[in-house]
Design a protein around this ligand. Structure first.
Ligand SMILES: [Fe+2]
Length: 150
């Protein structure tokens, strides 16, 4: 890449980052003004979700009964109110972690009709499941669940 193309690329990348920063502020009327791109966002009060939390916190669905070392299926959707998938606003990816180990990453284009994924899992003992997702306008969001096999 010659120096001029590289400079144009870097200018464009800066514009995207600035655009996301400005868009992330005050996007929901009535929401506190926070920079969603400076942190990993999590639900603060599970009994009183904000509009952003309803649309962005990953929902984790696992069977009520899990047997140690037996395969079960985890389903993740983005948002209690399913997040939109449009060319200007979409979920870019979903990652699944067992403890701190990444075990699955699914990339999405805006053409995917809904942000959801199902992953086969098996655990030998109590494990913390962590799910992360990235919205192009509203940053990183994380949800966790404790898995306790019988
Ligand atoms: Fe979003």
């Amino acid at each position: 890449m010659d120096i001029f193309k590289r400079r144009d690329f870097l200018k464009g990348a800066g514009a995207v980052i600035l655009g996301q920063t400005f868009l992330s502020k005050g996007i929901q009327a009535g929401e506190p003004e926070i920079d969603l791109f400076k942190t990993i966002n999590r639900v603060s009060d599970t009994d009183n979700l904000s509009a952003l939390e309803k649309k962005h916190a990953p929902t984790i669905a696992i069977p009520g009964y899990i047997k140690a070392n037996q395969v079960f299926f985890l389903t993740v959707e983005v948002g209690k109110t399913l997040h939109v998938m449009t060319p200007n606003h979409w979920i870019m990816w979903i990652e699944v972690y067992l403890g701190n180990s990444l075990i699955s990453r699914t990339e999405f284009s805006p053409l995917i009709p809904q942000p959801s994924v199902t992953v086969p899992l098996s655990v030998g003992g109590p494990t913390v499941l962590k799910v992360m997702q990235r919205c192009n306008l509203h940053g990183l969001w994380e949800s966790t669940a404790n898995i306790t096999p019988m």
